[in-house]
Design a binder for this molecule. Structure first.
Ligand SMILES: Nc1ncnc2c1ncn2[C@@H]1O[C@H](COP(=O)(O)OP(=O)(O)OP(=O)(O)O)[C@@H](O)[C@H]1O
Length: 442
């Protein structure tokens, strides 16, 4: 057990269960320069933990680790810090290794039942379901889910693994982050135990590897992965991978690996639309046993567009504060609690950022966004940028007009309407819009 879990165990014995659950369990620990770093989902949790529990955490740390160095930060665990699975170098290719030896990393919480389906993830969900129901079949092997951060790729991957396991409890499903594959390989190399490493990975029925963009530039890891991949593919074992973008766009991934990835099925997971976001909020709240009015769910869905992880973070902040203060969750309460969070989001989006992102996307210059020239190649992107500003920020039409070279507010209104209408019929336009929303919300 690591030091943080030792501390947590002690805190669990000392504090009310609800406090531990709300404030301490969500913390993730890592080590940096000999100190413990605790990552909290948001600033509110950081402040609360600092005020109430940090002193005691320091004492426990001194007791268990012989030092008191601990810092609190907003964020999540650097992926490399997640412990790599132990690869038993002496593992023999026994006929049927116990499934438990492989399934440890699979988080059983994430299922298809608690995944909210929407237009943005429908295909990905269907593909993951197919891979789970008919593992190893050519049409979806490998299955690659790609898209921006926090959009549910890992959730779907777990859901597929869990379904395979529940349909057939003996199934050996191994889930690993790419860094864990890398660490396990480095360890095997140091211990001259590569044979055991290879055997270990090849004994699974399904191998799930998360965030393969991490393999970029790591030639030896790619080489080993390539061999593992081939062996599994030939053995009709299911491979499911995720990547933060389409693998062909990842610099530093070997061409032969890229081409292997294209053998099966690659599906993009897009950012969820407004309705799906609202549905996710309601579903996550219900999971936590919290009743949240629909208008609050709509408010969160409207304001938190960047990714589902942030949306969930906002919901957690809200419910934690409601618990803490004993107040009901109303829209006023939500506005108040989330003010800073929302301000930070909007600030990071900002009009110049939108103008620059849209200009870059269409290969234009920033000055084209402000100029009076009305050629179509400039006017459409400019209209798109104005409509995005209306969608993503709280600026009024006159403010937007001013920021786009002193245009009248009716021009902005016209741009918003025009873009909406065009998106109904023009698939390319809709795709551009969604890509830009994604870029701006990252
Ligand atoms: N459609 C959805 N329904 C329910 N929960 C969702 C949905 N999409 C995302 N989530 C939740 O959002 C959180 C982040 O999702 P997940 O970790 O799967 O993202 P990811 O795409 O793998 O991100 P990353 O690339 O950063 O690893 C999880 O708690 C997940 O349950």
């Amino acid at each position: 057990m690591d030091v943080w879990h030792l501390c947590l165990e002690r805190l669990e014995a000392e504090l009310p269960a609800e406090d531990v659950h709300t404030w301490l369990k969500p913390l993730q620990s890592s080590a940096r320069n000999g100190a413990m770093v605790l990552f909290a989902p948001n600033a509110f949790v950081v402040e609360h933990v600092r005020e109430r529990y940090l002193g005691r955490i320091r004492e426990l740390l001194a007791h268990f680790a012989g030092h008191e160095a601990v810092s609190l930060e907003v964020g999540s665990l650097p992926r490399a810090a997640v412990a790599a699975p132990a690869v038993d170098a002496s593992a023999r290719p026994a006929a049927a290794p116990a499934a438990e030896a492989f399934n440890g990393n699979l988080d059983s919480h994430y299922t298809f039942e608690n995944f909210v389906e929407g237009r943005s993830n429908q295909l990905g969900r269907a593909a993951a379901m197919q891979a789970a129901l008919n593992p190893g079949e050519r049409g979806h092997n490998p299955l690659l889910l790609y898209g921006g951060t926090g959009l549910g790729k890992t959730h779907l991957m777990f859901a597929a693994g869990n379904l395979m396991r529940s349909n057939n409890p003996g199934t050996r499903v191994m889930y690993l982050r790419s860094e864990q594959f890398f660490s396990a390989m480095m360890k095997a190399l140091q211990e001259k135990a590569m044979d055991g490493f290879k055997r270990h990975f090849q004994q699974v029925d399904a191998l799930l590897i998360d965030d393969i963009q991490f393999f970029a530039g790591k030639d030896r890891t790619q080489e080993e992965f390539f061999h593992t991949f081939n062996a599994l593919f030939d053995g009709k074992q299911q491979i499911i991978l995720t990547c933060d973008r389409y693998p062909r766009e990842v610099d530093g991934l070997e061409p032969r690996l890229k081409s292997r990835l294209a053998w099966g099925l690659s599906v993009a997971i897009e950012p969820p639309d407004f309705e799906t976001r609202a549905q996710i909020v309601l579903s996550k709240a219900a999971e936590r046993g919290v009743v949240i009015p629909e208008d609050v769910a709509f408010l969160l869905a409207k304001k938190m567009r960047s990714n589902v992880r942030d949306l969930e973070g906002a919901l957690n902040t809200l419910t934690a504060r409601a618990n803490f203060t004993g107040r009901a969750i109303t829209t006023d309460f939500a506005q108040e609690t989330l003010r800073d969070l929302l301000r930070a989001q909007q600030h990071s989006i900002g009009i110049p950022n939108i103008q620059k992102t849209v200009a870059d996307y269409f290969g234009l210059q920033m000055k084209d966004m402000l100029s009076k020239r009305r050629t179509r190649s400039l006017a459409r992107p400019r209209q798109m940028a104005m409509a995005l500003t209306k969608e993503l920020t709280e600026h009024s039409l006159p403010e937007i007009g001013d920021a786009f070279g002193g245009r009248d507010h009716t021009t902005v209104l016209h741009a918003c309407r025009q873009i909406r209408t065009l998106m109904e019929t023009d698939g390319k336009m809709r795709e551009d819009w969604e890509k830009l929303i994604r870029k701006l919300s990252e």
